[in-house]
Design a protein around this ligand. Structure first.
Ligand code: GLU
Length: 319
């Protein structure tokens, strides 16, 4: 497929789904409920640095759960895979992202893509004090995105003052020795990580960086050590889309991560990163338009990882 046809596909999907009025925006973090539900953007960045975008791709929003992917990468770099596996599992849960559950036997949270696992992962980020840990986190995001990162303070404080469910999970993990650090400090870093501001183009660049073996295709900065890419993509594939992860893998077939901000990133290894942003969510917490767009992109471009016929027949960008 050539460049103008890919842009045509994005424009078609944008027009097709712009009028879809299903879903509701997340409101359990009071500040998040203020978002305009009409915002909608789709962006693709290829591993050779081409950018295709449509809609409100410059609008900033907080990254929310999509951050979990990248914090997991930083924790893997800080401690290595074997140690991280002793603290956070890699099993899909089939439960909601905010379920207060741990693996009965190991007492680990099930995986780093649900809240409990992400809080445990973030509590492992190295640094001598909260400021150094936050700075290391922001530097990590900067490598993926290519500019200085900001935290949305009103969303951070809104979640910090209402996030008692996450606080309950953190206490449960403290009880079982899965978190050693001061709970409030660990939660603050987790809430700050969720409140990092991005736009839809940033999402696609971050996804393209993962697709490009950890090197940002625009800045050429290595954002994460190559050996961790397969671990990151594996948990995205099996656990990234809340309790829709199995159906997503079956139908759409590429590693992805969703956030209650209404963002989705999807990674086509060695080809491209996809970012979609549209705040109204379905019952499982995934962007309604985002899922539709990714489903159709997967079909039209033959992106499903196991669809060998589709890939041979339809998709040539980056080849
Ligand atoms: N900050 C949100 C929470 O912890 C993120 C949830 C999400 O995007 O799935 O509840």
């Amino acid at each position: 497929m050539d460049s103008s046809s890919l842009l045509t596909v994005l424009n078609e999907l944008y027009s097709q789904y712009k009028s879809l009025q299903e879903g509701t925006v997340a409101n359990y973090i009071p500040e998040l409920a203020k978002v305009n539900p009409e915002l909608f953007s789709i962006c693709i960045v290829t591993v050779d640095g081409q950018i295709y975008k449509v809609g409100d791709y410059e609008h900033f929003f907080t990254i929310q759960s999509i951050s979990k992917v990248f914090a997991y990468g930083l924790a893997l770099e800080d401690h290595g895979r074997d140690y991280i596996l002793t603290r956070v599992g890699v099993e899909p849960t089939g439960d909601a992202f905010n379920a207060i559950i741990l693996d009965e036997q190991s007492k680990r949270p099930y995986n780093p893509m649900v809240n409990a696992g992400a809080i445990a992962t973030t509590s492992l980020i190295k640094g001598s004090d909260p400021t150094e840990r936050l700075n290391r986190m922001l530097e990590m995001f900067k490598r993926y995105i290519g500019r200085d990162m900001l935290v949305d303070i009103s969303i951070f404080t809104s979640e910090r003052s209402t996030g008692h469910r996450n606080r309950a999970m953190a206490h449960l993990m403290l009880n079982f020795g899965m978190i050693d650090r001061n709970i409030e400090e660990a939660l603050d870093l987790y809430f700050q990580q969720c409140a990092v501001m991005v736009n839809c183009q940033d999402l696609a660049v971050m996804a393209a960086t993962l697709a490009n073996r950890g090197m940002n295709p625009i800045t050429k900065v290595q954002a994460v050590d190559k050996p961790h890419i397969k671990d990151i993509l594996s948990v995205m594939y099996t656990c990234g889309m809340y309790n829709f992860a199995g159906e997503w893998a079956y139908k759409i077939g590429i590693p992805a991560k969703s956030g209650i901000c209404g963002g989705i990133i999807a990674v086509v290894p060695n080809k491209m990163g996809i970012g979609v942003f549209s705040p109204p969510l379905d019952a499982r917490g995934n962007s309604v338009r985002g899922v539709k767009v990714c489903e159709e992109l997967s079909q039209r471009l033959g992106l499903h990882l196991f669809d060998c016929l589709g890939q041979e027949a339809k998709f040539g960008i980056g080849d």
